[in-house]
Design a protein around this ligand. Structure first.
Ligand code: AMP
Ligand code: MG
Length: 341
């Protein structure tokens, strides 16, 4: 398949892309979280193509992207008040809300579940594409299943060229981690942490739980509250290793792993914060951002995984797993298989 590469700054790109969406094709597009791989959310056949292009298991449901609360309302049934409170305060935002689904939502979108995940993105290119398409756009991240999510157009081109109809290219994604996912079906529960944090949410709707699968792997036979949690995620070919402790302890563990592996001719890179970078001497490292502003570390994580994909080891510092640090740690834990040294 020939993949059209289009510039989001060009007016005509939106007509081309929305025509493709309406006629059942696949378009990758920028959002403020990561690039999405979109199809007409009302068209079962189009949605099935997303799973094929990504190699995504068909029981892992997709998020429907909308341009307004009114458009979201039509996709749900039995909507709780907490939906309106959250949507009115936060949307457009990197916040995905799960409620019971309306019958117009195809089973292919919800992975056969009775619920559906919906989000109104804030990225202007994404909103314009949804608007011109005139339908909700079903979209997971535009990477091959299991690989790090794409935060730049070039990442999408690497993974998706030849597999989809078009790629709408803009700059780097603002946040670089996927949306916070919250289920309102029973007690409000965060299934995936993101830029909209537990405190921000509880300030609006009161108590919110955090699913334990955010912190730990599922045990065999355990039912996943969110099917995506079953699958290994975000992994580059390099082995990702995460290290815990205070700055000194982390430094000691990371330096020892680095030196031992380098002696054995392995290629290693250290992902460090601006605050700790000076502790590693002349070892090769990438400064991810400031540990005091975990959103800066989040926005460079997936790009770093891709940049050092061909290395043997990516040695990572950990952050406190609360608020924005929780978003960072969730991706890191999945990339290293939940093994923190
Ligand atoms: P992605 O769009 O690939 O970044 O992932 C969307 C995430 O939301 C996956 O982890 C899905 O399993 C999860 N998700 C989507 N819809 C639902 C749903 N109805 N119930 C629970 N989790 C969902
Ligand atoms: Mg994904």
């Amino acid at each position: 398949m020939n993949t059209l590469i289009l510039d989001a700054k060009q007016e005509q790109s939106y007509k081309v892309c929305s025509d493709i969406i309406r006629s059942g094709g696949l378009v990758a597009f920028p959002t403020e979280t990561v690039y999405g791989l979109g199809a007409n959310g009302f068209c079962e056949n189009a949605v099935k193509k997303i799973f094929e292009a990504k190699g995504r298991p068909s029981d892992n449901p997709l998020i429907l992207h909308v341009e307004s609360i009114a458009q979201a309302e039509k996709l749900y049934r039995d909507i709780p008040q907490s939906f309106y409170k959250l949507a009115e305060v936060f949307w457009p935002a990197p916040l995905t809300i799960i409620c019971k689904k309306a019958s117009c939502v195809p089973d292919a979108v919800s992975g056969g579940l009775d619920t559906v995940a919906v989000r109104m993105p804030s990225d202007k290119h994404a909103l314009r594409l949804i608007h011109e398409s005139g339908v909700p756009i079903a979209a997971p991240s535009a990477n091959l299943s299991g690989k790090p999510s794409p935060t730049r157009a070039e990442h999408v081109i690497q993974d998706m060229q030849g597999r989809i109809d078009a790629i709408l290219c803009a700059g780097d994604c603002k946040y670089g981690v996927e949306s916070t996912v919250i289920s309102l079906v029973n007690l409000p529960t965060i299934l995936r942490p993101g830029i909209i944090t537990p405190h921000m949410i509880s300030a609006v709707i009161g108590e919110v739980q955090i699913s334990k699968s955010v912190f730990s792997p599922l045990h065999e036979g355990e039912l996943a509250p969110s099917p995506g949690m079953k699958y290994k995620h975000y992994s580059p070919d390099a082995e990702v290793m995460a290290f815990s402790g205070n700055a000194d302890e982390m430094r000691a563990k990371i330096c020892s792993a680095y030196d031992m592996n380098c002696v054995n001719k392995m290629k290693c890179i250290i992902l460090a914060s601006a605050e700790t970078a000076h502790l590693y001497g002349d070892r090769q490292l990438e400064i991810m951002g400031s540990a005091k502003a975990p959103e800066s570390m989040c926005s460079s994580l997936f790009a770093a995984f891709r940049k050092y994909n061909e290395y043997d080891y990516i040695l990572c510092e950990t952050l406190a797993d609360e608020e924005l640090g929780l978003a960072y740690m969730n991706r890191l834990l999945r990339a290293c298989g939940f093994l923190v040294l």
